[in-house]
Design a protein around this ligand. Sequence first.
Ligand code: PEP
Ligand code: MN
Length: 334
Amino acid sequence: MIVVLKNGTTKEQRESLCEWFQNMGLSTHVSEGMYHTIIGLIGDTSKVDISLLESLSIIESVKRITEPFKKANRKFHEESAIIDISGRKIGAGHFQIIAGPCSVESREQLTTIAKSVKEAGAGLLRGGAFKPRTSPYDFQGLHAEGIKLLLEAKKQTGLPIVSEIMNINDLDLFDEVDVVQVGARNMQNFDLLKALGRTQKPVLLKRGLANTLKELLMSAEYIMAGGNENVILCERGIRTFETYTRNTLDLSAVVALHELSHLPVIVDPSHATGLSRFVEPLAVAAAAAGADGLMIEVHNDPQRALCDGPQSVTPEQFSRIAERVRRVREALAE
Ligand code: PEP
Ligand code: MN
């Protein structure tokens, strides 16, 4: 349930109202917007007498939220969220490109890519150290050594880093990782989501291969319900009957998620299409559709990449993509 307070309500009045709700066993979530202050109520609101509430002088309106996701719901938080990643902002007009290899392979590979994507305008560096591979015989990542190399690249370039976690027992290794990625295959690993909810780490939550937007938002809700509101949603393509591309990029997800939620939404055209030549047009399209950022796989030698070579763009191609995305965003802002 959402309770909108009238302008001019004092902090004391608000706090005493919140206390009243808390005494009914409800938890309260206060969001102070530019125009309104909203109190979100979570719990069994069936005992709340709406007419009584509406009759109070400080109440503007009361609405029930029918969707099962509350904290991730835009109704709970009218203004788009801005997530601060070690000083880089994403959301509400702040746009970030996350770029880097699918997997961290070596110090030389990572530092070469990191320097070139930084120069081209990437705001964050990505690299997988724990890789969820379909085949157990494929390269599984460098694990702790991969994280160590990412931290070195972060130190060298100043770029915050993004890396995927597969097992909550590895969380300590992610202490200095700026954004923890939950991959498509783990979108509904509820224990992992709950554990990340107990941290304050920004989480990049990727949509599952066959998950609906509501399911994605319920997964975000798992993290937020634990107290961590730093969630970035990522559309990375879904399974459809089409096989020409690795997945089917659902660009309408950007618009729908922005309607339903205040959380930032980014697009990963690399996993969505599986083809490096598709990355540029779809990155540009995602930016035009209002995405808050992009995640793009970049490799200095895609042919020899240990993972996802066919969808990886070269640093030169990345530089062109970043420039075109910048120009499209600039044109649309006019
Ligand atoms: C990745 O980002 O490297 C990855 C494995 O992505 P996804 O979980 O979307 O397949
Ligand atoms: Mn990949």
